[in-house]
Every structure is written in C-alpha cells, then in structure tokens.
Design a binder for this molecule. Structure first.
Ligand code: SIN
Length: 527
C-alpha cells in the first residue's frame, strides 16, 4: 500500500516536474521512513519543481563537493522527507565569490529594476503559498493554517522592501563654507551572510534578504539544517522572479564550517543572524576580525503582565496567542506570565479553559493548533524546566508532561505560583509552557519583568491608558504589546534591547542594516 502511494506520488511529481534535472525522488521519498501521510502530503504539492534537494551557488543547484548529505525529518512523525547536501567551507567560499562577483552588477541596477524583481518574487511566493506552507509544516511542524500565516508574513517583507528599494534617500547637508557642498549617500554594504533559524523557515529569510536585495546587496543564506526545503523553494522562486544568479545563494549542512567561512571572508561585509544568544555572541566576536557590520535577533524572555484592571477576555486571548504561537517556539513568545493578585485566580481559570481546547497533533491534520516541538532535545529541555519549577514549589495547573502522542509532543502546560528563581523564569523555554508568576504592585511587576539580560518582547494587559504608557516606557524591551499578543509585522521595527540583539528588522529602519553611509564633500566650487 505504502509503495503504491509512493509510486503515485512520484508519478505525479514526474508529470508535474518543472525542474526535473534538479529533482531526484530518492532525495525526497525514502519509502523506508516515509509514512503514507507524508507521501500524500508531498504529492499535494501543486508545483513539484519547488522541491529542491541541492544547494544554490551562483544560480546553479549543486551537491556538496564530497557528496555528503543530511536528512531532513518531519518533527511530527520522524519521517525522513529529504536528504540535502551537507555543505561546508568550500561550497560557502564559492557562494561568497559568486555573491561578490554579482554585487557590482546587481547594485548598479536602478532601484526600480530591483524593486520589480522583488515584487515579482513576492507575487510568486503568494501564488505558491499553499506549497510553501506545506513544506513549512512538513519540515518544521507548525499547523498548516499557521504555516499559511507565516507565508503571508514572510511574503509581506518582500513586498514592503520592494517598495522601500525606491525610497533610499541620502541627504544634502548645509555646508560650512560657501564653496563647498556636502552630501550623504546611502550605499549597499556588500555581500551579506544571513544565518536563519528553523522556527520561521520562510519569514526569517525574507526579513533579511528582502532589504538586502532591495538596496543592492547580494546574499548567502544559511538556513537551519532542520528546515532547508522552504529556503530552497523560496530561492527557486527568487530565480524565477529574475533575481540574477549569484545574488541569492543558499548553502546548508555543516553549520560551524559555513559560519567560519562567512566570518573569515573579507568579501562578506555583513552578518545577519536570528537564533540563540550564545551563537549570536560567537558570530559577533567572529565578525570582529574583519570588522563586519552585524545584526542579531537573539533569544528573549518575554514578560506578559496581566494587571488587575485588565479586560479578562482580552488578556486571556492575548496571552494565549503570545504564549502558544508555534507551540511556544518563537523568540517573542510570552516566557513568564506575571499576574496581579486580584485577578490571579480568575485569569488562571480562564486561561486553563482556553488552553484545554488547544488540539495537539500533526500539523497536517485539520483542527490541530499545536504541532510538535522541533526535536526530542527540545522536549527534554521543557521537561527539565517543568521539573525544576515543580521541585521548587510551582504547581501544575494543566499538562506538565509529554503528550501521549509521544516523540516530540508536549502537553500544553500551565504552571502556577512560579517565581523568578526557577529556570522557566530565567531562561527561554521555547515550548508550550505558561508559567504564572503572582505579583502585588506595578513597581514589583516592572522590576521582575526587567530582571533579565534579555530584552526582546514584552506584553501588558490593562485598561488604564496612563499605566499603558508608564509601563511601556519602563520596560527594557525592544517591542511592547499593549492589550495585544501578536504584534509582529513587516511595517514595524523588530529587534531587542540588552542581550536580545542588535539592530532592527522590518519597517523603514530595517533597510539601514544593509546600508553604508558615505559622506561626499565637494570643495573649491568657486575656484
Ligand atoms: C522569532 O521568533 O525569531 C521571530 C518571531 C516573529 O517574527 O514574530
């Protein structure tokens, strides 16, 4: 039965195959590991040409030079869905050369030409949204509907920066003497190395590549080894959109080797990274030798503060969204829910009711809103944090253990009476655990909220406008949601304070990260 389904899927792939040369069924369909569900899912791809099993270097789809591959697994089932090249230094060096050689011509194109290519890329992403969402769910695990949301979110960065490409204005400065004219030019920084995470396989790429390409930079993307298929599909659409070979390269596999190659190269002028604080610090240190421009979007420890005067429904809905998006696997997920004494019981009960309704399972199944965690190590970490909290006095209100689905699934969990000493409060959980920390006063809440080295996102729930302003201003965070749990958008600056990062992504500010200012002084004009 499995074989029949596999055969049917492959036939369909062959019939629809747009890029047959780069499509190698054995790279994708390992009948030993692949469930019939996953085969059927792959067969649902409308454009099978989007399935790529090679890296992209200089516009060519290439294997690793030593033929080594890495497996891509579906976290919901453990099925191997693809084998992609395990690339390293040599492939990355070639990708860098290619990006470097393309930089001159791409940056010399007019803003309008670059904008048109990006707009076309946006249109192609949108017209392939179902396929991209399917790939995201298959390799990352998030529910299909949420994956579709990510595609729209990711595409929006390309659209936004296609528009911004035409608005990179310099300045004319009033001169200090009458025979001079002073200008500021904004020019692309050069070749960019973009290292992206698995939790948003598309959006974290477009948020970096959109502004980079818009202003004339060329890019080497290193997607997570867990989620390369979405990156490769997006890159394929970029080629189709007319983004020239070499302007966007994708290498994956041996992360330390790829990272070293990007860091050591004098041709790479910028590193942009989303991921853990520990790796971000290494990249920052590694960039020092060649003095690269760096943007980092690192870990968070988001407080979500529910005041007594909050609208209960709004607070529950907002906290639920802020906590359980992507099964708790985002850098902006509420990590600690601080609840004022007067509303604590009511809020805990209402949140529990809401969380009980979250259906857990394979993201391909209709109605599922909580997918798996990315791997078993992630589940072990969540387990460790929950055990630590309960051993120090927290009580399990809901969940608190692995899900009966096994493997990578953990029950949506609520912990009560958590305090700031527990691991769940001090470190980023990155899982479906909502720790409730009771507090008495606004001052106390602000103190607890700011008592961390992280400073990415924070949320507050209150009906008081003066309190909204006061607390928003007092929070040492890059993003604050007031009575909102989902605040990320392409039009607003995303980024952290303290050790949560450097620089901003999205919005009119996001493009500055890829630009260099050049001051031009024109003198002796009266000579
Ligand atoms: C992240 O988790 O790094 C990104 C989340 C977002 O863009 O909202």
């Amino acid at each position: 039965m499995q074989r029949v389904a596999l055969h049917a899927a492959m036939q369909r792939v062959a019939l629809q195959g747009r890029h047959l040369l780069s499509f190698s069924p054995s790279r994708f369909l390992s009948s030993h590991h692949m469930s019939t569900d996953a085969q059927a899912a792959i067969a649902r791809l409308r454009d099978s040409g989007l399935l790529k099993s090679k890296g992209l270097v200089g516009g060519k789809w290439v294997d690793s030079y030593d033929g080594k591959t890495v497996q891509v697994q579906n976290p919901a089932t453990g099925d191997v869905i693809a084998n992609v090249p395990c690339m390293g230094k040599r492939e990355t060096d070639d990708a860098i050369s290619s990006a470097y050689n393309t930089f001159y011509s791409w940056s010399k194109r007019t803003a309008s030409e670059r904008s048109k290519c990006l707009r076309k890329w946006y249109d192609l992403i949108v017209s392939h949204k179902e396929d991209l969402a399917l790939l995201i769910t298959l390799e990352q695990g998030k529910p299909l509907k949420e994956a579709l949301g990510e595609v729209s979110y990711g595409a929006a960065f390309i659209e936004f920066f296609a528009e911004e490409a035409k608005r990179i204005y310099g300045d004319i400065i009033p001169p200090t003497s009458s025979d001079r004219r002073l200008f500021v030019l904004k020019q692309p920084v050069g070749v960019v190395g973009a290292i992206t995470p698995w939790n948003f396989p598309l959006a974290m790429i477009t948020r970096k590549v959109g502004p980079a390409l818009a202003c004339g930079c060329t890019v080497i993307v290193k997607p997570s080894e867990y989620t390369p298929l979405t990156a490769l599909a997006a890159a394929d659409l970029a080629l189709q959109a007319g983004i020239p070979p070499g302007a966007l390269n994708v290498v994956m596999g041996n992360a330390p080797d790829i990272g070293d190659s990007l860091l050591q190269s004098t041709q790479v002028r910028k590193i942009t990274f989303t991921g853990s604080t520990a790796v971000g610090k290494k990249l920052m240190a590694g960039s020092a030798n060649t003095v690269k421009k760096v943007s980092l979007e690192l870990g968070g420890n988001a407080p979500c503060i529910v005041f007594d005067d909050a609208d209960l429904d709004v607070a529950v809905k907002g906290s639920l969204a802020a906590k359980f998006r992507n099964s708790g696997q985002t850098c902006v997920c509420a990590n600690r829910i601080l609840v004022q004494e007067g509303i604590y019981d009511e809020f805990a009960n209402a949140l529990t009711k809401a969380v009980q309704n979250l259906q857990v399972g394979n993201g391909l199944v209709e109605g599922v809103v909580q997918g798996p965690l990315i791997n078993e190590a992630a589940v072990e970490k969540v387990e460790k944090f929950v055990n630590d909290a309960t051993s120090k006095g927290a009580n399990v209100i809901l969940g608190g253990k692995r899900h009966s689905l096994g493997m990578t699934f953990y029950e949506p969990t609520i912990l009560g009476n958590v305090n700031s000493e527990m691991l769940v409060s001090r470190e980023e959980v990155f899982g479906p655990v909502a720790p409730l920390l009771p507090f008495k006063t606004e001052e106390e809440a602000i103190k607890i909220a700011n008592d961390t080295n992280a400073g990415l996102a924070a949320y507050i729930f209150t009906k008081s406008i003066p309190r909204s302003w006061r607390v928003s201003e007092a929070l040492e965070y890059g993003l604050v949601g007031v009575n909102e749990g989902l605040i990320s958008t392409e039009v607003a600056p995303f980024g952290g304070a303290k050790q949560s990062g450097l620089g901003r992504e999205g919005s009119k500010y996001g493009i500055d990260e890829y630009l260099e200012l050049k001051y031009v002084c024109m003198g002796n004009l009266e000579a």
